[in-house]
Design a protein around this ligand. Sequence first.
Ligand SMILES: [Zn+2]
Length: 160
Amino acid sequence: MNTWKNRAALLKRRYPAQFEDLPNYMISIDPGWFEPIEEACRRINALLTNEEKALFRWRQIKEKFGGLRMYWNEGGVYMDFMSPDGLEHVVVEPQNPRLSAATRERIAGTVAEAAAKVATRCQTCGEPGTLRQRGSGWLVTACARHVERPDSPDLEPDED
Ligand SMILES: [Zn+2]
């Protein structure tokens, strides 16, 4: 079975330090996006020294406005807002980070690459997709088949 909870559990098993103490409901990964998200975890795991592995933690992974958000402990505060020009983002730098600026930059780069990668992948099936409006305007990244909400319990996060 391939559910939200199983995908979260799989990442926790592969990268226990990255997900330490993070409840499953903070890890909502659509099936079509699992692969790029797992790849980001793998690459971050490879770039951190053993000492740094103790300092890096995911805070939340989710889809928002059809885009991927991977929040981590020293990634600063990330805010979305709608302006007349469309969706904009602001990042407020973290206070007193313990990871070096160079390491944080590499992590941020890896997170940004994952977000760019999923921007052309259907959240549901992983096939080529684009940002589309579902129903009353909800934004999703989807293929033509999955633009309407698929009737699948797999797309609802399990609460622990
Ligand atoms: Zn699809």
